[in-house]
Ligand binder design. Sequence first.
Ligand SMILES: [Zn+2]
Length: 220
Amino acid sequence: MPYLECLGAQANAWAPMFALAAALLLARLAVFSPRLRRVGDHAPGIVDIGTLVRRGRYRGIRVHTGLLGRSGGGGFLRGRGRGEIWLRSDLFQRSDVDALAILEHERGHAERDLPIPRYARRAIGALIVAGLGTALFRRDLASPATVVALTAYGLSALALLRDEVAASEYALRELWTRDLPSPVWRQALTRLGAALGIYLADAAFGAAAMAAIASALVCR
Ligand SMILES: [Zn+2]
């Protein structure tokens, strides 16, 4: 099949995913990112996040200050033990529902993440590289090799999204126990929803990019 005709057929086959990725990226720019930049209302009963963190820990998990992770203001590092929460330093002085949602979400990672062993994570990364490399150098194996790479990427994206959903579910349960007024509760929901939307958009963009690379390799 001529190159361009083959690319056209591939683009057709992947069209639903390209459309989904484009829609999510648009939502990321127009809705999710602007929401994450906004600061919600004061959460009743909270003096500030620094007061909640006692002796450097929040419910038993160590909390550090520093810029780590994503633009959201927090990150979670699963090292040895139960892991560490990292918060941007300005969060410690805040008492709004967004800051509280960030803290509870990161705390949720300690509670809910499915710990994938390091060797398994490396194996998935190796499968992506090996799949694309094989497709690049062995034209006759391009089709199965790109399927392997795409499947490995899909698995790693699903594992990441699963942990994000689970951590946000934990955060919502904890926020619910604080009996927040309805408008503040809604802000917590949109905050966590927008953060999840960003992860979804990035995963979909990655998948679309992988599909485009795979198509180019298969059609050579
Ligand atoms: Zn997270």
